[in-house]
Ligand binder design. Structure first.
Ligand code: CMC
Length: 391
């Protein structure tokens, strides 16, 4: 088999060829299907970008309407799913619940398990886009003890997200354009990021020909970790802690630099971006705008800015090319929109869904082989069995 090279964390190994997302870490460039992220965040909406990422081209007006209609057809979630949600304690983390519910969907949608032709592929995609949004918001309703809500076919996808989350039987939920636009932009900025940890997970699980829901459920679990999507929750908890401790950014920096202290500056650093994260740039600006438009004065934003300013001139961070990433400012916007901290990573998952779907589809269409890395064995050579009474 020849010599095996090991590359922990796959820092220098490519796992596939892909036409979906272009990322240049040195230059801070991110493009979906050739379109700059800055332009998409400014001019397109989330479903339009989802279509682009999944199918390869920007949709015509008619294609987009069709896509939205087809997603709507599948926004009802099987009633028995409610029994599964009932079984979770209210204190369960929404990401754990989301991963389980996504996996449970396979039981009710066998066709999504075995996609055999283009038509079934399209249905699986629309089903996933429809049902995942609804169950993602159900994790919040569960946490709050609220009755579960249903998709409103007269409203758009992102608007439905806010309704599904916040509308109560006691009265309709009023939202405004600023909130919907901000969420649209955030979802777009999260929509794909080539072979990151959760996407690689989706591809490797799917490479055994496991179905779309099963693969995405695994992706949700991978995203949950604080070094990946879970960082957005961790950033806000870190900022709150700094605020509680008197708001001293320098003290937090000192801890992050101390190699004996496991504390890391959450929302800083990236495996690929070594200059800046283009998503963070857009989100920082959006955070300023959204807070101003909503009239929110959040002292946490000032702490984040101080921390960023101090880190950007600190030799530790400069030498290691550590810059704010996508998770550094997103939580501040989510907080201003009234979304609880425990739900932040669920929002990341909703945004990343089209990317996971597109990568899974590409992997299946290209008939990629099963993912099966090798290893270099470092354990014992052959040993003789030791009887129980001699151990
Ligand atoms: N705070 C303090 N030191 C850091 C940080 C940080 N946030 N990030 C990296 N370093 C140091 C690290 O200790 C190492 O130092 P040394 O060379 O002295 O040993 C050096 O920088 C290189 O770091 P690494 O861990 O080898 O880099 P990596 O590519 O394996 O990890 C990362 C990338 C994103 C996991 C890491 O930067 C990190 O843990 N950041 C904090 C968590 C975070 O914000 N994650 C979100 C990433 S972006 C969105 C997403 O993927 O969801």
């Amino acid at each position: 088999t020849g010599a095996i090279t090991i590359d922990p964390g796959y820092k220098n190994s490519g796992s596939c060829k892909s036409e979906i997302t272009f990322l240049d870490g040195e230059e801070g460039i991110l493009r979906y299907r050739g379109y700059a992220i800055e332009e998409l965040a400014d001019k397109a909406d989330f479903l339009e970008v989802s279509y682009l990422i999944i199918f390869g081209e920007l949709p015509t007006k008619q294609q987009l309407e069709q896509f939205e209609n087809d997603i709507r057809k599948y926004t009802l979630v099987n009633e028995e799913m409610k029994n599964i949600i009932d079984g979770f304690p209210k204190t369960a983390h929404p990401m754990g619940v989301l991963s389980s519910l996504t996996s449970a969907l396979t039981a009710f949608n066998p066709k999504v398990v075995n996609v055999e032709n283009e038509k079934e592929m399209y249905e699986a995609i629309c089903k996933t886009m429809g049902k995942f949004l609804v169950i993602a918001t159900w994790t919040y309703r569960k946490m709050m003890g609220y009755p579960l809500n249903y998709y409103d076919n007269t409203k758009g996808y992102v608007e439905n997200f806010m309704r599904l989350m916040f509308e109560l039987p006691t009265g309709p939920y009023a939202t405004n354009k600023t909130v919907i636009n901000a969420l649209d932009k955030l979802f777009i900025l999260h929509a794909d990021h080539e072979q990151n940890c959760s996407t690689s997970t989706v591809r490797i699980v799917g490479s055994s020909h496991a179905g779309l829901f099963a693969s995405i459920s695994a992706g949700v679990s991978a995203l949950w970790g604080p070094l990946h999507g879970g960082a957005n929750q961790a950033v806000l908890e870190m900022l709150e802690q700094i605020q509680k401790d008197g708001g001293d950014a320098q003290k937090a920096l000192a801890r992050a630099k101390d190699k004996d202290d496991p504390f890391r500056l959450m929302g800083f650093g990236h495996r690929v971006y070594k200059n800046f994260d283009p998503r963070a740039k857009i989100i920082k600006k959006a955070a300023d705008e959204v807070l101003a438009e909503l009239g929110v004065n959040d002292p946490i934003l000032n702490i984040a800015k101080q921390l960023e300013e101090a880190a950007l001139v600190d030799p530790y961070f400069v030498d290691r090319k550590l810059y704010p990433n996508v998770d550094f400012y997103s939580g501040i916007i989510y907080r201003a929109l009234g979304i609880p901290t425990d739900m932040f990573t669920v929002l990341f998952a909703i945004g990343r869904l089209p990317g996971w779907i597109a990568q899974w589809k590409e992997m299946r269409v290209n008939k990629e082989p099963i993912g099966r890395p090798r290893q270099v064995y470092t354990g014992y050579p052959l040993r003789s069995f030791v009887e129980m009474d001699k151990r």
